[in-house]
Design a protein around this ligand. Structure first.
Ligand code: PXP
Length: 250
């Protein structure tokens, strides 16, 4: 049985901090607590509008936290410069629109090959493990392989936001996508919208190696603390992976 890594996305600790403009609560402190709770990595999205994570947070996450950092960023020249300066362990390229509340939909790796190829090459040459955040769509996975991205992260938003037969259909697409990743030689990660209720069936898919989870964990942490929320998520992931099943909306 392969190990399933948990990357904790700490963006929304920064959202709360920025609501008042001071230093509290500090996302880097949250990252330290996530490390203490045995998270396998930290994920942070440096957005163009700096609505949550700030440049100084990225610097401190790299300097002060021992876990690997997965930096999510749009494919812009500004972000490429920042990533090449800091050389985080991993860079996940995401689509970004200023007006969106969160990352809506996956990257069009197929339609933007010419634009993305330089980002993948330069980040890869700098030693960053490049991942592309895409929908569970064979066309996008094949495009990621053509871009020589070693990793894709499958967008689980549609699966998390639906119920019943529709959710089963979305889950099936993710299972098939993970299988295709194996054939294409892509490491398969998943993320977006995952919660205690939805994580099981995704964690049970054996060819997925990492989940990146943020908003639900940070929200749940308000009630019982971030370490407790991470440990509970870890336990659900481990049990689904061990049993090979996970009940959606159980
Ligand atoms: N993975 C990627 C690529 C994302 O953009 C996000 C949201 O920032 C996540 C995972 C985490 O999603 P959520 O905060 O809904 O758990």
């Amino acid at each position: 049985m392969s190990y399933l890594r948990l990357g904790v996305n700490i963006d929304h600790v920064a959202t709360i901090r920025n609501a008042r403009g001071g230093p509290h609560p500090d996302p880097v402190h949250a990252a330290q607590l996530a490390a203490d709770a045995s998270a396998d990595g930290i994920t942070a999205h440096l957005r163009e509008d700096r609505r949550h994570i700030l440049d100084d947070d990225v610097e401190r996450l790299i300097r002060d936290i021992d876990l690997p950092l997965n930096l999510e960023m749009a494919a812009t020249e500004e972000m490429l410069g920042i990533a090449l300066r800091h050389k985080p362990h991993a860079v996940c390229i995401v689509p970004e629109k200023r007006e969106e509340l969160t990352t809506e939909g996956g990257l069009d790796a197929a339609g933007q090959h010419t634009r993305l190829v330089r980002f993948c090459d330069e980040l890869g040459a700098a030693g960053c493990r490049v991942s592309l955040f895409v929908e569970a769509d064979p066309k996008q996975l094949e495009a990621a392989a053509r871009l020589h991205a070693p990793v894709v992260e499958i967008h689980t938003g549609s699966y998390c936001e639906t119920e019943g037969d529709r959710q089963k259909h979305e889950l099936h697409r993710i299972v098939e996508a993970a299988r295709l990743c194996d054939e294409l030689g892509l490491e398969c990660h998943c993320g977006h919208g995952l919660s205690f209720n939805t994580v099981g069936p995704i964690a049970a898919i054996p060819n997925i190696t990492e989940l990146n989870i943020g908003h639900f964990l940070i929200g749940d942490a308000i009630f019982g603390g971030i370490k407790s929320s991470i440990k509970q998520m870890r336990a659900i992931m481990d049990s689904a992976r061990a049993s090979g099943t996970g009940q959606a909306n159980s």
